[in-house]
Every structure is written in C-alpha cells, then in structure tokens.
Design a protein around this ligand. Structure first.
Ligand SMILES: Cc1cc2nc3c(=O)[nH]c(=O)nc-3n(C[C@H](O)[C@H](O)[C@H](O)COP(=O)(O)OP(=O)(O)OC[C@H]3O[C@@H](n4cnc5c(N)ncnc54)[C@H](O)[C@@H]3O)c2cc1C
Length: 336
C-alpha cells in the first residue's frame, strides 16, 4: 500500500448493480491519480456485491474497500454516510468523488459536514493544478470546475486547506473509459461500524420505474427548443427522431412549459449527452443547454436567427423555419 493520498470514488449500487456514474467517475479519478502519481481507490457499501466489484478494476480502480452488511442492502442516509466517513478516516484519501445523484447528493454533504471539509456540487470538470492566494501557493490541488451565477460564469473552486477535497459530478458529464478486462483490483473487506441505533428508517419495499426515454444511450437525438414547441413542431421533431431511430430531447423551457417530461431535458440541469448526431431544432444555444450537448460528435442546428449562439458550436447550420426544414428532412430520410 502506498502512503500518498489517493483518489477515492464512492461506488453507488442499486439492486446489486453498480451505477454507471460510478464507472464514469473512475475514469476521471484515473486521470487525476495519474497527474498526482497516486492510486485510485473506491468505497463500496451494500450486501452480496462482491461478484460485481471486480469490474471496477477494469475501469482503473486499484483497490476497493467493501463494507458488506445485510442492513446496508438498501440505501439509507445515516448508515451510508457514517460508513463513508469511517472509511475516509481509516484510509486518508486526498480526493473523494461522488455521483451527483439522489444518493450522492444525500451522502456527500453529510460526509463533508462530519469531516469539516469542502464539497463542490455538480462539477463539470476536474483538474489538478496550483492555486495562489496572497503570499501562499498550493500545488497539485483539485480544481473543481462548475457553472456558477446561473451559468453566467464558469467558476474554479478550491478547498486547499481541508482534506480530502470532495466533489459531486452529474451522470454523463465524465466520459466512461473503455474497460480493460486485463486490469485487476484488490478487494478489501472491512467491518461495518454502524450500530443498529443509526438505522432510523427501514426500507420496506423498493418500487422502481424504467425511464421512458433513454437519452444517455441514444446515438441520435432530435431536440426541440422553444422555437419548435408548438404541437405540430413537436410532432415533426418526434417523427424525425423515429425516422432516424433516435430519441426526442428538448431544452428546459419546453419542460418548464409542461410540453415534454423532464426525462427529455438536455443541459446543465437536465441530462448530459454525447450522441453521434444532435439535431437542435429552434434552440437558441444558451450556455446551460450547451453544457449538456456540446460533446456530441456532430451537431446540426436549425434556427431562423442566423446569429443564434447555437450556430457557434454547430457543424452544420440551417437557417430557416423549423417546420419547413423538419418536413423536408423527414421526407428525405424516409426516402433514403
Ligand atoms: C441555473 C439554470 C439552469 C438551466 N438549465 C438548463 C438546462 O439544463 N437545459 C436548457 O436547455 N436550458 C437550461 N436553462 C435555461 C437556458 O438559460 C435557456 O433559457 C434555454 O436553454 C433556452 O431554451 P430555448 O433555446 O429552447 O428557448 P429560447 O431561448 O427562447 O430560443 C428559441 C430559439 O428558437 C428560434 N426560433 C423561434 N421560432 C423559430 C422557427 N419558427 N424556426 C426556427 N427557429 C425558431 C429563435 O430564434 C431562438 O433562437 C437553465 C437556466 C438556468 C438559469
């Protein structure tokens, strides 16, 4: 075991399955660890998870501390937070990463409060760098990057004097690395230190609902903005998505207006997507929308305003009325 402060990832699991966001975070943790010359570790909590844990190694995790207890089979806030706190205290990581999921958003602030350390929520990028303030200079610290002030600025947040530095990252923001089955992992079982008194709530039943739309997995997304939000334009966008075997996305005001469900929303407060093709229909391209789709391999933007900001990141710009263009595209693709 090395004595350097490693990078640790909180592994999330539901119904015995490891969450994708944890695998994405292992990729980010590997990059950070390489720059620091340290190792990637993880903390996994649950029951009968051991067979699932070896896959963490394929994503770059060198060691996982595993706390197995049947009382931890279902997530509850206090026992999980206490277990993460005791694992951090025992192994002293320099950086701890959590998914910005319902579970991560519950656990991470409790852990930060117990350890009196900094936590930055919803980071969109993580880097290692230096920070200077007055006559003090800090080297090799975690730069936690995220939009701030309603997305008007991109802030770099540091917590140089508190260890560990902790951050949450939304699902889809970090790119999942290609797994390497030759990489192995050391699984270290640790005792559960939580007492029965900490289990203030009991999970009686878990009812899960499949997402109606799987934007994250879609290779083609046709996305409707306020310029394509009347029923006819939405139907056209939906038809084009079907013709291309893609999914229908949208901007936030389309959700806020009750036109489409939140599952369709792309952006800073929606889903982060990386499809092969993103067709933005009547979307202005504000920073909060771009934050969720700018990594698409190809972007086609349709907008009647030639100066719309979306054109700055589009590979193909179509200036015109969205309904006219969509009708022509559907006809052409169906024919093809
Ligand atoms: C904290 C915060 C978080 C946010 N999170 C998100 C987020 O996750 N996702 C998100 O999308 N937004 C988000 N927003 C909102 C964001 O700032 C923008 O307001 C929003 O993206 C604008 O949506 P829009 O482009 O659909 O609408 P608009 O800005 O109203 O743009 C409509 C566009 O359609 C064009 N248009 C109009 N009619 C036609 C036509 N007939 N043919 C062709 N083009 C036409 C117009 O030229 C215009 O460019 C967030 C804002 C804040 C403050």
């Amino acid at each position: 075991m090395n004595n350097k402060k490693n990078v640790m990832v909180f592994i999330e699991s539901r119904a015995g399955k490891i969450a994708e966001v944890s695998l994405e975070l292992l990729g980010a943790a590997t990059d950070l660890a390489k720059k620091l010359g340290v190792q990637v570790e993880a903390v996994a909590i649950g029951h009968n998870l051991i067979d699932e844990l070896s896959v963490l190694g394929h994503y770059g995790c060198q060691r996982v501390y595993y706390i197995d207890d049947k009382r931890l089979n279902h997530f509850t806030s206090i026992p999980y937070a206490k277990t993460v706190v005791s694992t951090i205290q025992a192994h002293n990581p320099g950086i701890v990463l959590f998914g910005a999921t319902t579970m991560g958003r519950d656990v991470a602030p409790r852990v930060a409060s117990a350890l009196k350390c900094g936590l930055t929520a919803d980071c969109t990028d993580l880097k290692i760098g230096e920070h200077k303030i007055k006559d003090k200079s800090y080297q090799d610290i975690l730069l936690q990057i995220r939009p701030a002030f309603g997305g008007n600025i991109i802030a770099t947040i540091v917590s140089p004097e508190s260890v560990p530095s902790m951050a949450t990252v939304r699902e889809g923001v970090m790119k999942m690395v290609t797994p390497n089955p030759d990489l192995t992992i050391e699984i270290i079982s640790e005792a559960c230190q939580v007492s029965d008194d900490d289990f203030l709530t009991e999970v009686l039943e878990v009812i899960s609902e499949e997402r109606a739309v799987n934007l994250k997995a879609a290779q083609i997304i046709v996305s409707a903005g306020m310029g394509a939000s009347d029923p006819e334009a939405i139907t056209l966008a939906q038809d084009l998505a079907h013709a291309l075997c893609g999914e229908l996305g949208c901007s936030r005001p389309v959700v806020d207006s009750g036109i489409l469900d939140k599952d369709h929303q792309v952006g800073q407060t929606g889903i982060t997507v990386r499809p092969n093709l993103y067709i933005a229909c009547g979307i202005s391209g504000q920073i909060q929308h771009r934050a969720g789709m700018s990594e698409a391999k190809r972007i086609i933007a349709i907008n009647k305003d030639p100066h719309a900001p979306i054109f700055a990141i589009a590979h193909y710009a179509i200036v015109g009325d969205v309904k006219d263009i969509l009708t022509k595209m559907i006809k052409a693709y169906k024919k093809a």
